[in-house]
Design a protein around this ligand. Structure first.
Ligand SMILES: [Zn+2]
Length: 324
């Protein structure tokens, strides 16, 4: 069975999010948007066009714990007897939102303050618990079913492989149907490169993870799948997944090299690197992306970071050694 796109509005300007509907004997949604009145109305309309009401939903399967994918889940349980399916890694987000959001925010803020000026951080990263909780409800424990990070999940009349794809989000899963090559890609594969949002690790002390490094590994993982048609978390259906994956990986590699060249040319701070790589395009996504390039270069042992007055400065490892 092929899912039907229900495109829903978000609080992010110009952005929509997709809920993928499987009709049939067990109407199922993959993701459900955030909790706003506008989105609720759009969801009801989208279901209605397909001959369904909220009360008909039996399952809502969540791909990852970002508000535009999970925020509305609780309200759906209020109006139906649907079960909300979340992965092991999403479970704490579904049931203990404040702890998890505080943890993610702390991880983001720590690395941002080591790299960027306060003014920019205030402008682009003020999205802690207080800002998000109006759009995001916890889900009652007795309405949740947990699925593992690998294995299979049955929905829409088929068994789908669960593909763990950290990067954009540490707890993100995609679903792949090995029979027909259909791929529900969440925010792993979109027509644009997904934002490698920093997150806290899964284990204490919950140190921040290297999101873009993980994203590259996830691209490698999904590149091995036989994908015929992709149903992404945002934008339209993708028909050329293999080419798109290759293109996005290449672009990340190219920009990482640009970052390295700038460092070799004597640019040492993340903000100057960001301005060099993305002239006039400084925003939430590009600032995360630059942290990602620096993480890749550090992982590859090509650069070193030295903290000076609370800010990180980056050096070409070979040249830094000869300087000392
Ligand atoms: Zn999203």
């Amino acid at each position: 069975m092929e899912p039907i796109k229900i495109e829903l509005p978000t609080i992010f300007e110009g952005m929509t999010v997709n809920a993928w509907l499987f009709k049939g004997s067990e109407p199922t949604l993959i993701d459900c948007g955030e909790k706003t009145d506008k989105l609720w109305d759009a969801l009801i309309d989208g279901l209605k066009i397909n001959g369904l009401g909220i009360q008909d939903l039996k399952k809502v399967i969540i791909t990852h714990a970002h508000l535009d994918h999970i925020g509305m889940a609780k309200k759906i349980t209020d109006h139906s007897d649907a079960t909300i399916w979340v992965s092991e890694y999403v479970y704490d987000w579904a049931t203990d939102l404040k702890t998890m959001l505080d943890r993610r925010t702390a991880a983001i803020m720590e690395i941002m303050h080591k790299n960027y000026p306060n003014k920019l951080i205030k402008e682009y990263f003020s999205f802690g618990y207080e800002a998000l909780v109006p759009y995001w409800d916890e889900i009652p424990k007795d309405r949740i079913q947990v699925f593992p990070m690998e294995g299979q999940l049955n929905f829409g009349g088929d068994d789908w492989d669960i593909i763990y794809t950290p990067g954009h989000c540490i707890n993100q899963t995609c679903f792949h149907n090995p029979k027909n090559g259909y791929f529900i890609s969440a925010d792993m594969l979109l027509r644009i490169i997904p934002n490698p949002i920093i997150d806290a690790g899964l284990q204490p002390p919950y140190a921040r993870v290297k999101s873009l490094v993980m994203q590259l590994a996830s691209y490698e993982k999904i590149a091995k799948l036989n994908i015929t048609k992709t149903f992404p978390g945002h934008f339209d259906i993708i028909d050329n997944a293999p080419e798109l994956i290759e293109k996005q990986v290449q672009k990340i590699r190219l920009r990482t090299e640009k970052c390295f060249t700038l460092i070799q040319d004597g640019i040492h701070s993340a903000i100057d690197l960001a301005n060099g790589i993305y002239p006039n395009r400084i925003n939430n996504a590009t600032l995360f992306m630059v942290i990602g390039f620096l993480d890749i270069l550090q992982e590859e042992g090509r650069i070193d970071a030295i903290e000076k007055e609370g800010l990180l400065h980056y050096y070409d490892k070979k040249r830094a050694v000869s300087k000392v």
